[in-house]
Design a protein around this ligand. Sequence first.
Ligand SMILES: [Zn+2]
Ligand SMILES: [Zn+2]
Length: 639
Amino acid sequence: MVNVTLPDGTKQAFAEGSTIRDIAERIGPGLAKAAIAGKVNGAIVDLSHVLEGDASVQIITPKDKEGVKVMRHSCAHVMAEAICGLWPAARLVYGPTVEDGFYYDIDLDEPIRPTDFERIEQKMDEIAKADRPFIRTEMTREQAMAKLAGDPYKSDNVSRAEGGTISFYSHGGGFEDLCRGPHVPSTGRIGAFKILSVAGAYWHGDASQKMLQRVYGTTWPTRKDLDDYLNRIEEAKRRDHRVVGRQLDLFSFNEAGPGFAFMHPRGMVIWNSIVDFWRSVHARYGYVEIKTPIILNEQLWHRSGHWDNYKENMYFTTVDDTAYAIKPMNCPGGCLVYQTRQHSYREFPLRVAELGLVHRHEASGVMHGLFRVRQFTQDDAHIFCTPPQIESEIVGVIDLTREIYGAFGFKDVRIELSTKPVKHIGSEEIWEVSTNALKGALAERPIDYQINEGDGAFYGPKIDFHIRDCLGRSWQLGTIQLDFSMPARFDLVYTDEDNTEKTPVMIHRAVLGSFERFIGILIEHFAGNMPVWLSPEQVRVLPISEKSNDYAVAVQTRLREAGVRCASDLSDEKIGAKIAKAHGEKTPCMAVVGPKEAQSNTVHVRVRGGQDGKAMALDAFASLLQRTIASKQTDPVTS
Ligand SMILES: [Zn+2]
Ligand SMILES: [Zn+2]
């Protein structure tokens, strides 16, 4: 007999040779029907897996994340069979799952085109309908190598595989593939799928190797899940900040500086609005601000540890025959400012912010609009404090962070706490004090958080903040990082109550992370329809004809005096065309004016996304806008 422990803690005995399917069947027919794989002592296995001894077992269905992954990988096999059926010359290379889907790298001289996707899908449909079982066979490494002789790709995969046993999976139709598994029980269980794209990919990502065709697909438990996903990616494409940024003339990139963003006047308005808000909140939370140089002597980076740990991502230069580095982080500069005078416990906590321009070298292949750049402004700060002050400082950073996110409409904030890794510096005591301080701070605020045990940096534990945008995508923005290394490296000290010199605790923290990236996220989150307080142009005045141009300019002047960013369209276009243009440029408010409005000192207000609009006294409109801007309302103007 083998003893099986189920997820609810109950134990049941099964006959020797029992499979995961046997266990599912005993638990209930519904579960047996839904089952697609099992989890044995934490490892995902086929339903046909035979238990080899006592084990804890969980039945995996398409409702489980792991189940969807098994479906996706199985779907990759089915796609591979379909492609090999259509192109007998195709040779399979490697077919893993990726987030939300899978791909298969294929060596085939004839290009697979998007117009081919439909017939590949038809073939996959046939294979799925036939509902043929996935069958696993195992052999020794030597047998596998003999079987795969002449296939450079699969032989290479075997040579990279771990363990002495090599497995293959067939699902009938004469199709078999080298694979570790596991798989769904049969081809009918691969879910609702779609082929998404095809792109070139070098074997092993090595540009000296042959260019392969990487075919991407996705599969979901139900047709509805698939449709929702396809809608989400369509919507994400529509909102792509690179496209919207060009349409709205917010920023650009140039070959003269790959990965270095050029912010245009309209983009700078968004940027400066965020900076103004950021500064006002930081001042209220007791921060001071500094600015440190971008280029600093290379010796400093040896001392800070960046040379040893971060050299590959840094830029270097020479000034007067001396080696310098361009800062990838602001911390060493912050330490130099701290060192310029003596410090006492009385002035702690010391909260020193810096909107620091940093350069980090990223491979050219990973750059992506404002999301991945080589130069960005980090909304950094360093807090110097005593160990007993850590907890209240963290609470303060959490409050400040949530307040800032909230102003942009991001209310769904999730936190991850990463604790002491195996390799670490600093005493056990300081790790315990600080980790408990982080936990204490999190307990003090009702906030959803998860612990990543052992995932902290070697120099201290950290907290990461994640937000969710309107498409459900999660973005890591802020971070709080305790550092037991740098204050000592820079001999930072303060005089404590007992008149002795001590090393301060240093907390690094960023709220938005990178201004560039955050603006990219905002553009996609709002699809370019920035809230009024962030809009480059908050109101456009539209005279219905040339006769009302003077009044339009007067309205513009009145609104500008009220602190509103306002322009007027004095072109010869018809009013309908002017409205369409303002809509297209995502101006949140339009003030249409004609002789009637001029006479009564009113404006006809149209709101982005609204249809008709309504008449308002000019003064009332000005104060409504002031209220809307001051409250950082994320909806369009409402009275
Ligand atoms: Zn497989
Ligand atoms: Zn820092």
